[in-house]
Design a protein around this ligand. Structure first.
Ligand code: TRP
Length: 334
């Protein structure tokens, strides 16, 4: 991009809902980046079809995700929030990069190994070249920074390798991206098993809270959260369940651990959980109200979708045109 700001690129699977963990751990902080960086948030529906999807659900979930991002505070004018499939340059650059990626490199990807073990009846070529499309996502926008969780580090590494290889042949075409280590938000753990992270793909729905869960559902999930038997509200390694609830409480109320512990000194777990539940409900209420309003405003959302895809395309085209020239494709006649 032509200005001084660095570019952050983030991609997310259209799985339809965002958890409280995603929100408190990442999304909430992203809203603070929008003035300092050029941020792109890409809903990766093309990656999603590397495993079978129900078409109706896929479309609904992609829209729902976009709405939740905006409702959570990502400004669709400051950021570019868009669907991958609306920007054909991703697929085009993906093809080119396929020709600069070795089978051996892709064979080493742990996510490919895991996913092909899980979907033995559908080990398709797209699943294998998934990281190449991801490299295309990132490199198209000359992204400087990519916020990635542990599970995506290897994919960022291969992106860097592909970009470096390409640059060493053709000169400086791609920015080599780095992992974005932002301010760490709260680390929210699964409610039924506070030794593992809260995850949207968790099969036990009582483990996670969705951003758009109804208040009653939130209350009941928090009431069912595992604690321990000593009935004392304090944090500590020996008390992962209570600690998790305290962390959630602090994150949604902006209180410190000391303040929270003081507040709940003498409370039993029932009272404590009610307070945590009410605080979570209150903090999500404005987001839920905004999401409802956006859902009803079809024309507005459609205009965002169109406009953001066009903005993404303009940037993507600059990179793609350069790549085509470098590799010797004939100029397009315009
Ligand atoms: N593979 C990422 C995931 O499953 C999603 C993704 C696709 C992505 N393209 C990206 C993440 C580019 C960061 C940058 O979570």
């Amino acid at each position: 991009m032509a200005d001084e700001k660095k570019t952050i690129f983030s991609g997310m699977q259209p799985s339809g809902y965002i958890t409280l963990g995603n929100y408190l751990g990442a999304l909430r902080n992203w809203t603070k980046l929008q003035d300092e960086y050029n941020c792109l948030y890409c809903i990766v529906d093309m990656h999603a079809i590397t495993v079978r999807q129900d078409p109706v659900k896929l479309r609904q979930q992609a829209r729902k995700l976009l709405i939740q991002y905006i409702a959570s505070g990502l400004d669709p004018e400051k950021n570019i929030i868009y669907y991958q499939s609306h920007v054909p340059q991703h697929a085009e650059l993906g093809w080119v990069l396929n020709c600069f990626t070795y089978m051996g490199e892709l064979n080493r990807m742990t996510q490919f190994k895991e996913k092909s073990a899980k979907h033995t009846d559908n080990i398709n070529a797209g699943l294998f070249t998934y990281p190449v499309l991801m490299a295309a996502d990132i490199l198209l926008y000359q992204a400087d920074l990519v916020p990635v969780g542990e599970d995506q580090r290897q994919h960022l590494e291969i992106t860097r390798d592909i970009a470096t290889r390409f640059n060493s042949i053709y000169g400086d075409v791609f920015t080599i991206p780095e992992a974005y280590i932002g301010k760490v938000g709260a680390r929210v753990m699964a409610l039924q098993d506070p030794t593992k992270k809260m995850s949207k793909s968790d099969e036990n729905k009582n483990n996670s809270i969705a951003l758009l869960d109804e208040p009653g559902v939130i209350m009941s999930k928090i009431k069912k959260a595992v604690t321990d038997s000593d009935n004392e509200v304090r944090h500590g390694e020996d008390k992962p369940g209570v600690t998790n609830l305290l962390n959630i409480y602090c994150a949604v109320t902006d209180k410190t651990m000391e303040e929270a512990e003081r507040e709940f000194a003498g409370s039993n777990y029932g009272q404590f959980k009610t307070a945590v539940g009410e605080a979570v409900v209150a903090s999500l209420e404005p987001i839920q109200a905004k999401a409802k309003e956006l859902e009803q405003n079809k024309d507005y959302i459609d205009s965002i979708i169109k406009n953001n895809a066009e903005r993404a395309q303009r940037i993507a085209n600059r990179t793609l045109t350069k790549v085509h020239r470098k590799i010797g494709f004939p100029d397009r006649i315009r």
